[in-house]
Design a protein around this ligand. Structure first.
Ligand SMILES: Cc1ncc(COP(=O)(O)O)c(C=O)c1O
Length: 388
């Protein structure tokens, strides 16, 4: 009966709004759009121009026909090579992921770390840069999706900006949901994917570079034929388009996602809306008597991690009984946390429904829970800040 019903309270992919589905569908309704046709080139240019707002930048935004990880790899292979020193900020699974890429190409990696659930101290980045003046780049995850902690990108950027190194940011699960001002903060490369707060189905990645980064990219021999950013710049700036076939449907979807954000009040409103969803979620979790994985000061507006033993059995129960999919722990916190997604096309009522179902599932799992407690906690918070 309910095979097709599922509420995605995941840290991505997320619910794709009807408006975006329609925009994507129109691109391949008869006749299929031709990507070399001037009509599509106009859509592409308009879309990448609109997408600048999500990065808060004036820089060129490059679309890639792939997922977020390809944008991270693109950032790295276009700027550093074997034996180059790179400082990596590692606070969870996705920080380790970055090291997977840099190890693969043979970089010398200097790690600035914090335990899972905590964030990097920007002063430790300063010290690493002082100890390693040869470092070509610093790379940090903005929202560490495995823990729901937000690194202090603004402060790290201010420190890196004083050096020759470039600063790259993995904004896969933060973009749109969390303030990130690429130009004002002085970030050199921001890489992201579309299937999180941009509300697209998976398959589109975006990357954008500062002038400081482009100067390095222009001189760097990129080992990949497909992901060589120089070709993308040339094609997009000359109006020819991407060097290879773009994902036309996802480009059209991205344009609609940007339009939706504009209609909703723009980026500042998105930041407020996501912050309100975060606060509501944290209030509900506390009211249930569960423990949050991250302190308030570093809590992500896009997802919330909650400690729970046997979390995977609980997720199974939520999925099978209530058709609500919750995220689980990755790596060393597997089965020990829940990750509650509240990014993109999510509203207050979605969270209230999730808490009502969680209360029943907790009871069924043997926890002492007062029915209504989580919902009431979230409701009270909403009354204080009804911005979602
Ligand atoms: C912070 C972060 N970085 C990288 C990735 C990898 O992105 P993708 O799965 O789109 O390749 C993810 C995916 O969840 C992520 O959350």
């Amino acid at each position: 009966m309910f095979q097709e019903k599922m509420d995605l309270r995941l840290p991505g992919p997320v619910q794709v709004p009807k408006e975006i589905q329609i925009a994507m569908q129109q691109s391949f309704d008869h006749p299929m759009m031709d990507y070399r046709n001037p009509a599509f080139q106009e859509v592409l240019q308009e879309t990448i121009d609109k997408a600048k707002m999500v990065f808060q930048t004036k820089n060129l935004v490059v679309p890639l026909t792939s997922s977020g990880a390809s944008a991270l790899e693109t950032a790295i292979i276009n700027t550093v090579g074997a034996n180059d020193t790179i400082i990596l900020c590692v606070v969870g699974y996705f920080g380790e992921y970055l090291q997977g890429i840099t190890d693969h190409i043979g970089c010398k990696v200097v790690r600035v770390e914090a335990e899972w659930g905590k964030v990097v101290d920007p002063e430790e980045v300063r010290a690493a840069l002082k100890d390693h003046p040869e470092a070509k780049a610093v790379f940090a995850t903005h929202c560490e999706t495995s823990t729901s902690a937000i690194n202090n990108i603004k402060e790290i950027a201010a420190i890196v900006r004083e050096t020759e190194a470039i600063f790259m940011v993995d904004a896969v699960s933060s973009i749109v949901g969390t303030p990130l001002y690429m130009d004002d903060w002085g970030i050199d490369i921001v890489a992201t994917g579309g299937q999180k707060a941009l509300m697209l189905p998976p398959g589109l990645a975006l990357i954008t570079m500062s002038d400081k980064a482009w100067k390095i990219i222009e001189k760097h021999q990129c080992p990949s034929f497909y992901l060589d950013l120089k070709k993308y710049k040339k094609g997009l700036e000359s109006g020819v388009g991407t060097p290879y076939t773009p994902n036309i449907a996802l480009v059209c979807g991205l344009k609609e996602a940007c339009n939706m954000i504009e209609r909703g009040g723009g980026m500042e409103q998105e930041y407020k809306r996501h912050a309100a969803l975060r606060d509501m979620t944290r209030a509900g979790v506390r009211a249930l008597g569960l423990e949050l994985f991250v302190e308030d000061s570093a809590a992500s507006p896009t997802l919330t991690a909650v400690k729970l033993e046997n979390a995977d059995a609980f997720r199974k129960l939520m999925r099978e009984e209530f058709h609500i999919a919750l995220g689980g722990g990755l790596g060393k916190v597997k089965n020990k946390i829940l990750r509650l997604g509240h990014m993109g096309y999510t509203d207050a009522a979605d969270m209230l429904k999730m808490f009502a179902a969680m209360e029943l599932a907790l009871k069924k799992s043997g926890y002492e829970v007062e029915l209504g407690a989580g919902v009431a906690g979230a409701q009270k918070q909403w009354l204080e800040n009804p911005n979602c």
